[in-house]
Design a protein around this ligand. Structure first.
Ligand code: TRP
Length: 333
């Protein structure tokens, strides 16, 4: 009965990608019965870069639908929208007061993102502290994070330990990274040294979960590879390596099996094969998504995230109360 808690969030700053699916969502589906899972849409995080309000609204709803379409069962998991649970912002404030400028300045994601912007918002700088609040509110045991979020989990652990020791109480549980055996790291189709990202200005770099079949095939045909033309897995051929990873991650075939299967075929045929298999996989998700994306499901969706927010709030409220008490805030009653 005592299931471990896993918590993760995805920003609604655009469409979800094949990278999100193979690297995260698909694994969440596999573990949803074993763990107590809390999955949320990180809308507070998404406004650290400018969002069009109407687009953000749309993307948030779409993200909920895509979670469900990918197979996350809203009846056994808690799916919620971050801004619906006000404790996230409140705990972030408390944690801010014991976070050092220096440690946030060292975050590589901040360094990268701030270089791309002219006016760097405080929110972007503070992003990891809000993420720490997300994690610590729920006594999360595990957080499934990719390479790019590892540093943020590290700072979360530091902040939790610091708080516990400052106030001499064991208020926060120290979260661990969740390493799944199957979580593939999917790279951009246009620059295979970079992670596939929905914020890529070039849409050929990523596959959206909602891309139609012909677009998917076209994008794979255009995928950047070298000129060796031999389907072989090597670090010197990051483009083809990425395509092999995608193929393997969907079919479950091993790398030697795939190399053998495509021996003598050249890249052209292999790219189409990868495109087809991706399109087949996404077709099922899209069918479910299209079903949910109709007015008759509006109430159903609202019920899902209302239920999620209620469940999340129950837990978050208790944790925040402990925190407020520890720092010396007086209660209302
Ligand atoms: N920063 C994460 C990302 O961009 C999203 C996120 C926000 C998150 N809060 C979280 C992930 C808490 C895990 C746990 O991928």
């Amino acid at each position: 009965m005592n299931k471990k808690t896993i918590l993760s969030g995805i920003q609604p700053s655009g469409v979800l990608t094949l990278g999100n699916y193979l690297g995260a969502l698909r694994n969440w589906v596999k573990i949803q019965h074993e763990y107590d899972c809390k999955f949320f849409i990180a809308d507070l995080h998404s406004i650290t870069v400018r969002q069009d309000p109407n687009v953000l609204r749309e993307n948030t709803k779409k993200a909920v639908m895509q979670y469900i379409a990918c197979g996350i069962d809203p009846h056994i998991n808690t799916i919620f929208v971050q801004s619906h649970v006000h404790e996230h912002a409140e705990l972030a404030w408390i944690l801010n007061c014991s976070t050092y400028m220096g440690e946030l300045s060292r975050m590589t994601q901040f360094k990268d993102k701030s270089q791309k912007q002219e006016n760097v918002g405080v929110g972007l700088f503070d992003y990891p502290v809000l993420m720490a609040a997300d994690i610590l509110l729920y006594d999360s045991d595990y957080v499934p994070v990719g390479e790019d979020q590892r540093q943020h989990l590290e700072i979360t652990r530091d902040l939790a330990r610091r708080f516990n020791s400052t106030y001499k109480q064991n208020i926060f549980k120290i979260p661990e990274p969740f390493i799944s055996e199957t979580g593939a790291r999917i790279m951009s189709l246009q620059d295979p040294t970079k992670k596939m990202s929905k914020s890529d200005p070039n849409p050929n770099g990523y596959i959206s979960l909602l891309d139609p079949r012909d677009v998917i095939i076209k994008k794979f045909k255009k995928a950047v590879t070298d000129s060796e033309n031999i389907v072989r897995y090597s670090d010197e051929q990051p483009g083809i390596q990425n395509l092999i990873n995608i193929y393997s991650s969907i079919t479950g075939e091993t790398i030697p099996e795939i190399e053998k299967e495509f021996e003598g075929f050249g890249y052209g045929k292999f790219k189409v094969a990868v495109g087809e298999i991706v399109a087949d996989t996404l077709e099922r998700i899209q069918a479910k998504y299209n079903e949910l994306n109709s007015p008759e499901y509006d109430t159903f969706l609202k019920e899902i995230y209302a239920k999620g927010a209620k469940e999340a709030h129950e837990i978050a409220r208790g944790k925040l109360e402990q925190v407020y008490n520890a720092v010396g805030f007086i209660g209302r009653d």
